[in-house]
Design a protein around this ligand. Structure first.
Ligand SMILES: [Zn+2]
Length: 228
């Protein structure tokens, strides 16, 4: 599906099929169902924690962080004091763990955060933390199984855009992307249609964002990856 700019930037959700509170593109759901069935056969209860996210939701998170109303953390999990940073430094600190509104892969309906419901103790509150998805963490076995599927080409088209630290977004082992549809979105983003969206979006740090936009998209969204 070729998305419009409004769909690509999360301001229109007509490309999304909802199941309960979770939204993905229809072909992404179909591939997920197949992966979920394969996972079930291996003893995992593969579930989606988060799929589509709107521009407004991402902007609210972004603005709250930029204004110091919501904590920003460093790689060690410690709160960062944004007051000590210039605008470029603030941008990099926020982007480490939060997408720039309009550029989140979660706008596309092709990307999702997953967990193994069968491995979670009763009453546990899901965090999507590095500890949970480490090999020795509660979701480690699921992710090791997913790694094997991806290497074998049996992951139904899913890959990990944030599998390792490339100096942009911190590693997110829980984040999967449906390659056939996500590639179309990546190609559209390169057209540079984002600036017009962001200019009118009441976005904190907007001037600095616009100055650095091509670099930010390259570094935080279009993550380079080895050919499958
Ligand atoms: Zn994610």
């Amino acid at each position: 599906m070729r998305l419009t700019v409004e769909q690509l930037t999360g301001r229109d959700e007509s490309h999304i099929e909802w199941r309960g509170g979770i939204g993905l593109q229809a072909d992404c759901w179909e591939a997920f169902d197949a992966l979920q069935a394969r996972a079930a056969a291996a003893g995992f209860d593969l579930q989606v924690a988060s799929g589509f996210r709107s521009f407004e939701r991402q902007r609210d998170i972004w603005n709250a962080k930029a204004r110091g109303e919501r904590p920003v953390h460093d790689d060690a999990g410690q709160p960062v004091d944004l007051a000590n940073l210039d605008d470029a430094g603030k941008l990099d600190a926020i982007l480490r763990f939060s997408a720039l509104p309009g550029t989140s892969r979660h706008h596309w309906g092709t990307d999702l955060d997953v967990f193994d419901a069968a491995a979670m103790p009763a009453g546990y509150r899901l965090q999507l933390s590095p500890e949970e998805v480490a090999d020795e963490g509660m979701f480690g076995p699921l992710h090791q199984w997913l790694d094997v599927q991806m290497q074998a080409g049996t992951a139904e088209g899913f890959f990990r855009p944030y599998d390792e630290d490339r100096g942009g977004v911190a590693p997110e082992r829980w984040h999967l992307s449906f390659a056939p549809a996500a590639q179309d979105c990546e190609a559209l983003l390169e057209d540079g249609l984002l600036a017009a969206t962001l200019e009118v979006a009441d976005l904190a740090l907007c001037d600095t964002v616009l100055q650095r936009l091509p670099e930010l998209v390259q570094r935080y969204v279009l993550v380079p990856r080895a050919p499958a």
